[in-house]
Structure formats: structure tokens, C-alpha cells
Ligand binder design. Structure first.
Ligand code: BTN
Length: 250
């Protein structure tokens, strides 16, 4: 994959720009980076706080030739890549299924993958928002969010973190698209996530609340949950509105 990075001072959303460019025929590997987003988007229509220079606002365009059943693994691959990039800044994050990165239960990064049909086939845009400084987690979300600066006391260099992130994405996307890739990505994800096994969680799905203990992930990255009666329920990423932990269990 050849990487081409387009940088903007300000933009509506790096994901929106990558989707527009995908429709116009841009090649896989296009990255959009902005200092500020006027309309940063999170999952489920939420706003992603995108203060100037307080976060990394990054999107990459992929044109995966994976079977469609395995496309959800792109999100897991992206979370593994962010995890690896954060480690370069001495931040050892947990991956909350399926795509949040947390430090001490506070969110440091969110990932929004969006797929679209284009004249050149299916395109997937992976948007990654990493909080760099406390400016991106104002007081109203300070109890649930954190940043590289808050965790390390150091102001992270945006160019360096972009480089580390791109390197990790090239390597892990290469793995994912390779022969044994999907199983490797699942293993890497499970190694980095306390949610993979034995975590007691409460999940909200379409108004229904389900409690259970996590029991690994399926081939496509869906989370296996052991319910109170011992049966297993599989949670697909797209159907989950919210997940919270109760107490950890092994
Ligand atoms: C979430 O946790 O809800 C996902 C947040 C994703 C935010 C990133 S910032 C870069 C890219 N552009 C957007 O508008 N959203 C993603």
C-alpha cells in the first residue's frame, strides 16, 4: 500500500473528506490529517470533540479485497495499530471492544470505520481520533476521557505519532490481507484487550440490556458473551449502543 498524506488546517471531518476522495477514485493508502475538525463525528451520530491541535484527526482510505464477512476485522486491525503507536509514547492502552482505546478506563482514542460503494469498488475509511492534550477533554468529559499529555506529562509531537500510526497500519493491514492474516489480527487484538476474556460487562442493544462475561471473539471479531444461564450470545459491533463494565472476573 502506497501512503499519500493530505494535511489540512481545518476541515469538516477527515472521514468525510476521505469518503469524498474515495468516490472520486482516490487510491488505497490516502490519508487525511487535519489540525481541527468543524464537524468531527463519532459512532452512533455522536460529536467527536476536535479542538485545534489538541488531537490527532486522521483518516485512511482502504480498498480491502477481504470477504465481506471479515470486513469488521478492519476495526480490530485499526485498534491494534493505535495500540502499537501509543506504546511508542509509553502509553499502554487497553482496547475496549470493539474500537475504543482506554487508559485507566478513560478514553484516549476512538475509531470510526465507514464503508461506501465507489465506481472503483468498495472503499472503507477508518477514522482515528487520538486525544493529544487536555484541550480535547474539557471538564464535562474529563472523568471519562484522557490524552497522551495527561498520561505522560509530555506534549506529543503530531508528526511523529502520525508516522508511528501509519507504520503500524501498513504492517497490520498487510497482515490482515495476507494468507493467515485474519487469525493473526484476532490474536493480536486479544493480547491487547482485557475485554477478550473474563470481563463482566453490561451491553445495551436496541433498548435491551444484556449482562454477561466475555468469552473471546468470533471469526469476524464479534464478541462472545456468556450469559447467566451459561449460554453464549454473540454481539456484533454494529448492533451495540453502549458497553460498560461491572466488576472484572477471571
Ligand atoms: C468514536 O469513538 O465514537 C469514534 C470517534 C472517531 C473520531 C475520528 S477523528 C478523525 C475522524 N474524523 C471524524 O469525523 N471522526 C473520526
Amino acid at each position: 500500500m502506497e501512503i499519500r498524506i493530505l494535511r489540512y488546517d481545518t476541515i469538516d471531518s477527515t472521514n468525510s473528506e476521505a469518503l469524498r476522495q474515495a468516490k472520486m477514485g482516490a487510491a488505497e493508502g490516502l490519508c487525511i490529517v487535519a489540525d481541527e475538525q468543524a464537524a468531527g463525528r463519532g459512532r452512533h451520530g455522536r460529536v467527536w470533540v476536535s479542538e485545534k491541535d489538541s488531537g490527532l484527526y486522521f483518516s485512511i482510505l482502504l480498498r480491502p479485497s477481504l470477504p465481506s464477512s471479515l470486513l469488521p476485522l478492519i476495526t480490530l486491525m485499526s485498534a491494534v495499530s493505535v495500540h502499537d503507536a501509543l506504546l511508542r509514547f509509553a502509553v499502554d492502552a487497553d482496547i475496549k471492544w470493539v474500537n475504543d482505546l482506554l487508559v485507566s478506563e478513560k478514553k484516549i482514542c476512538g475509531i470510526l470505520a465507514e464503508a461506501t460503494d465507489t465506481p472503483d469498488g468498495l472503499a472503507v475509511v477508518v477514522g482515528i481520533g487520538i486525544n493529544l492534550t487536555a484541550g480535547n477533554h474539557p471538564p464535562e468529559i474529563a472523568s471519562t476521557a484522557t490524552s497522551i499529555e495527561s498520561e505522560t506529562g509530555l506534549t506529543p509531537n503530531k508528526t511523529r505519532i502520525t508516522e508511528h500510526l501509519v507504520d503500524a497500519l501498513i504492517s497490520n493491514y498487510g497482515l490482515l490481507c495476507g494468507e493467515v492474516g485474519p487469525s493473526t489480527i484476532r490474536e493480536l487484538w486479544c493480547e491487547r484487550s482485557s475485554y477478550a476474556e473474563g470481563k463482566k460487562i453490561v451491553a445495551k442493544i436496541a433498548g435491551e440490556t444484556i449482562t454477561g462475561v466475555t468469552r473471546g471473539i468470533e471469526e469476524n471479531g464479534a464478541l462472545r458473551l456468556e450469559l447467566g444461564d451459561g449460554s453464549i450470545r454473540t454481539l456484533q459491533a454494529g448492533e451495540i449502543e453502549r458497553i460498560r463494565t461491572t466488576s472484572a472476573e477471571s
